[in-house]
Design a binder for this molecule. Structure first.
Ligand code: NI
Length: 169
């Protein structure tokens, strides 16, 4: 099932998500649906708040569906360490059509649980470091625009508000 993606302006995107407590078939189905939703939207990551669920859960696939081994599920993740910096264009499915150069760690190590509830540690470099940082931010109620200069952030938000007013959002 493909979920509608929640766009900027909804509270669920800007509050810390609640920890996942139950594992099993319903969680597995939800994760499958999140991958389906992410691929349909051509994203490389999707966090549960983006489909309106305030849960610490995200899926990532930096291969965009090309490599089954690249499929990552992170339940209740946290960033353990960050190293270096990279500055690349970044976007978000919840802020469609807006992209900006965003600073992220060059290397990110995250720990959490897998779909079965087993501990996992993932070390990402490059795009994966960016995706881990971006998706785990979502679980803390943060969007990529909070890493931009105030000037850039305000300019994006002004355009978004204009679109909301015009009924184009
Ligand atoms: Ni996003």
């Amino acid at each position: 099932m493909i979920y509608p993606i929640v766009k900027y302006g909804q509270d669920v995107l800007e509050k810390p998500a609640a920890g996942v407590k139950e594992f099993g078939a319903p969680l597995e189905k939800l994760v499958e649906d999140m991958f389906e939703t992410m691929y349909a939207a051509n994203g490389v990551g999707l966090a549960a708040p983006q489909i309106g669920l305030s849960l610490r859960l995200c899926v990532i696939d930096v291969s965009s569906g090309q490599d089954p081994k690249a499929r990552l599920v992170l339940v209740n993740p946290a960033i353990m360490s960050r190293d270096g910096e990279q500055l690349e264009e970044e976007g978000c499915l919840s802020l469609p059509d807006f992209r900006a150069k965003t600073a992220r760690p060059a290397v990110t190590v995250a720990r959490g649980l897998d779909i079965k509830g087993q501990p996992v540690e993932i070390k990402g470099e490059g795009l994966l470091a960016r995706a881990l940082s971006h998706e785990i931010d979502h679980l803390d109620g943060k969007l990529f625009i909070c890493h931009l200069s105030r000037l850039k952030r305000d300019s994006i938000l002004r355009r978004v508000r204009r679109m909301i007013k015009a009924g184009e959002w």
